[in-house]
Design a protein around this ligand. Structure first.
Ligand code: NDP
Ligand SMILES: O=C(O)C1=N[C@H](C(=O)O)C[C@H](O)C1
Length: 267
């Protein structure tokens, strides 16, 4: 019999958090022991309109939640500021974090890596939980060995707080690992409107589109003389992320170190 994994979650009313609650409820060996939600102190999840019938307590104060709840894994689906604070609290309590929240800086990621090592507590930070997106990033890294020039266009719903997306940043990092550092485009190019060429990560330009109608889409476009190659991934439903969240929760129980990106658990 598979042992039960006790889970606490921050952000249960969010687009991702509410989907994660359904996933937890539908997984026999997962048990929700409580949530962090700044608006519903003292209530239970089943008392909140639209959330599943789970009798798990809600704390508005994250510190109190971590002090009181007996969890194996902590899932964060909030925003970069709260997510960073929560993740440090989780590691300090030896509760393994599975972090979907995007927008952490490189310094913050380094700090969390160090804390995970100090506390000998496993942590998974996944810029994207969708298997198709993980493959899109891997295929992009493969293509980058053969194409010197690449630009990334990521398109999201207009409620997204961070730009560029965590997925776009991670894609650029994976590509950076396999190519020589260089700037792209004409050496004399100039922006007559600031921002026209997007963000620049080691010469790779990232363009962020925010429009209603999208959930999450990313195109990685490679170009060389006479040809272009586009690798495209499209999440049309947030359910696309849930098998990855489930996989990360199961996997984080087996590790005692820092993992950034689901691909590092899949291969
Ligand atoms: N890794 C992946 O595959 C994916 C990652 N994401 C990331 O997940 C995060 C959440 O996305 P999404 O669900 O779309 O966003 P939403 O805005 O829909 O949800 C965020 C939720 O977090 C809550 N929240 C904010 N601060 C706190 C806090 N201090 N304590 C508790 N809850 C808090 C908000 O509640 P309130 O109403 O109080 O503000 C809100 O309900 C984002 O960073 C996004 O980029 C999204 C999709 C996939
Ligand atoms: O905010 C979102 O929606 C998403 N955020 C993640 C990111 O920043 O890459 C993952 C996915 O793109 C959806």
């Amino acid at each position: 019999m598979t042992e039960t994994i006790n889970i606490m979650l921050a952000g249960p009313r969010g687009k991702m958090g509410s989907e994660a609650l359904n996933m937890i409820e539908g997984t026999d060996h997962f048990q929700l022991v409580g949530c962090v939600d700044r608006k519903h102190q003292g209530k239970t999840i089943k008392e909140i309109d639209g959330l599943p019938d789970i009798d798990a307590p809600i704390y508005s104060d994250a510190q109190e939640a971590f002090d009181r709840l007996n969890a194996d894994v902590f899932i964060d689906l909030t925003n970069p500021e709260s997510g960073y604070v929560h993740t440090k609290l989780a590691l300090n309590h030896h509760i393994r974090p599975v972090i979907g929240t995007s927008g952490f800086s490189e310094d913050q990621l380094d700090e969390l890596k160090q804390l995970s090592s100090d506390k000998q507590t496993g942590i998974v930070i996944a810029p994207n939980f969708a298997i198709g997106a993980v493959l899109m990033m891997r295929f992009s890294q493969m293509a980058a060995k053969y194409f010197d020039s690449v630009e990334i266009i990521e398109k999201h719903h207009d409620e997204k707080l961070d730009a560029p997306s965590g997925t776009a940043v991670k894609t650029a990092q994976l590509i950076k690992e396999v190519r020589d550092s260089h700037q792209q485009g004409h050496p004399d190019e100039q922006e007559s409107l600031p921002g026209a060429r997007g963000a620049n990560v080691d010469g790779m330009h990232i363009h962020s589109v925010r429009l209603p109608g999208y959930i999450a889409q990313q195109e990685v476009i490679f170009g060389q003389s006479g040809q272009t190659l586009t690798i495209n991934h499209n999440s049309t439903d947030r359910k696309s992320f849930m098998s990855g969240v489930k996989f990360a929760v199961e996997q984080v129980m087996t590790i005692d170190h820092f993992v950034y990106g689901l691909e590092n658990l899949m291969e």
